[in-house]
Design a protein around this ligand. Structure first.
Ligand code: NAD
Length: 397
């Protein structure tokens, strides 16, 4: 099975779907890799490195699409709204396509792929189970984002992060407040702690209190009902809840040098948790990094990918954050893709069967395959997508 990787066409995307070091591991499992010349260059992976690890380097995008049985993308479908359609004519019937596709935000982009007869797999749909953890691109990319957000804040803040006791006086440590302690938030807490800040955090899921504390952060308790939804995610709440939450956060936001917001509710726009008035209450020089900028933002003043200055407070709303650390983001992403492709191989009926020779098997019963499979045999097959498309067309999908 030849797995093809082309240069990402989403504007500003620097990651690559597979890195050279993964090629020998793929070969051991029966997969060969073909890469478009230059596809990994922006992430720091040269063609020569791919060749040295046994990948085929092909001169053009067309050549990769023509030869590959499986296309591995960082972004396709809805995750590349501007340019995904450029590849439509290149897909072949029966080809598998794997990558981030943002299917629930842009189901129509996936519906466009169905008539091509391709088997598409959206990696954001990977179930959040222990078995699927090694394939979970949302977690690996959120780790990158949480880390990066803190570095940006530290760079912009006109203060030190750590406490210093010097002959020139004592410097108090920076106060960092993280809103939303999921994967990105926990990494932001860990990174800010490593830099020496005093870190506090809040999440609507009380279960994360222990995790925040284990990283050395202080969990801020508010008198709010909890909002634990299905699968460990937050549940969407009504506006009255968010109004109460904003009210309770006024003081801690005003006292913080840095606020990092990561709050998200699956399938909904991110809740507004920091208003303009709350920013007015912050000291000049303070920095906010809104990691929810791509989902409408947690901060009222956020403008995606624009640096907003408001009364001396800097508000960053960066999009596609993992792409700003492309070397390791690609390495983690590739590992997720590799594990996903390995899961497509047949498993022995009996675990003790040492003679089993794994073969590529899309017919097997597997919750990860089923949970991510978006189009098959010319149709959209994923229930959540069908529901979205049905709602958009009044039940005609
Ligand atoms: P996410 O990106 O959907 O949301 C980020 C965080 O924002 C969440 O912790 C959420 O509770 C929080 N949030 C939502 N509304 C909020 C509000 N109003 N105020 C404050 N915080 C708010 O979440 P995520 O990082 O993807 O993680 C969600 C859960 O999934 C976690 O429990 C995580 O441990 C779990 N998870 C499991 C697996 C796995 O088992 N394979 C993998 C990754 C994550």
């Amino acid at each position: 099975m030849l797995v093809g990787v082309v240069k990402e066409s989403f504007p500003g995307e620097r990651r690559v779907a597979l890195v050279p070091d993964i090629v020998p591991l793929m070969q051991k499992r029966g997969y060969e890799v073909a890469i478009q010349a230059g596809a990994g260059t922006e992430a720091g992976y040269l063609d020569s490195a791919y060749e040295a690890k046994g990948a085929k380097v092909l001169p053009s995008r067309d050549a990769v699409f023509e030869q590959a049985a499986i296309m591995a993308h960082v972004r396709f479908g809805g995750a590349n709204p501007e340019h995904a359609a450029d590849d439509l004519a290149r897909y072949r019937e029966g080809q598998c396509v794997v990558g981030a596709a943002d299917p629930l935000s842009h189901p129509e982009r996936i519906a466009e792929l169905a008539p091509k007869g391709v088997n598409t797999f959206g990696l954001e749909l990977i179930p959040r189970t222990t078995r699927a953890q090694a394939m979970d691109i949302l977690s690996s990319m959120a780790t990158v984002a949480g880390y990066r957000a803190v570095l940006w804040a530290a760079e912009r803040l006109p203060k030190f992060f750590p406490m210093f006791m010097t002959a020139a006086g004592t410097v108090a440590p920076a106060k960092v407040f993280v809103v939303g302690a999921g994967v990105a938030g926990l990494q932001a807490i860990a990174t800010a702690k490593r830099l020496g800040a005093v870190v506090s955090a809040y999440d609507v899921r009380p279960a994360v209190k222990e995790e925040v504390e284990s990283l050395g952060g202080k969990f801020v308790e508010f008198e709010l009902e909890t909002a634990e939804g299905e699968g460990g995610y937050a549940k969407g709440m009504d506006e009255a809840f968010y109004a109460k939450q904003r009210e309770m956060m006024i003081k801690v936001v005003a006292e913080s040098d840095v606020v990092i917001t990561t709050a998200a509710v699956p399938g909904r726009k991110a809740p507004t948790l920091v208003t303009k008035e709350m920013v007015d209450g912050m000291a000049p020089g303070s920095v906010i990094v809104d990691l929810a900028a791509e989902r409408c933002g947690n901060v009222e003043l956020t403008k995606p990918d624009v640096v907003v200055e408001h009364h001396g407070v800097t508000i960053l709303g960066p999009c596609n954050v993992p792409s700003t650390l492309p070397f390791h983001a690609s390495q983690m992403y590739s590992r997720n893709v590799f594990n996903f492709l390995v899961n497509m191989l047949s498993k022995p009926k009996d675990r003790r069967d040492r003679d089993h020779v794994p073969t590529f098997d899309l017919e097997q019963e597997d919750d990860i395959l089923e949970g991510t499979w978006m189009t098959k045999g010319g149709d959209v097959v994923h229930p959540a997508l069908l529901e979205k498309l049905g709602a958009a067309t009044g039940g005609q999908a």
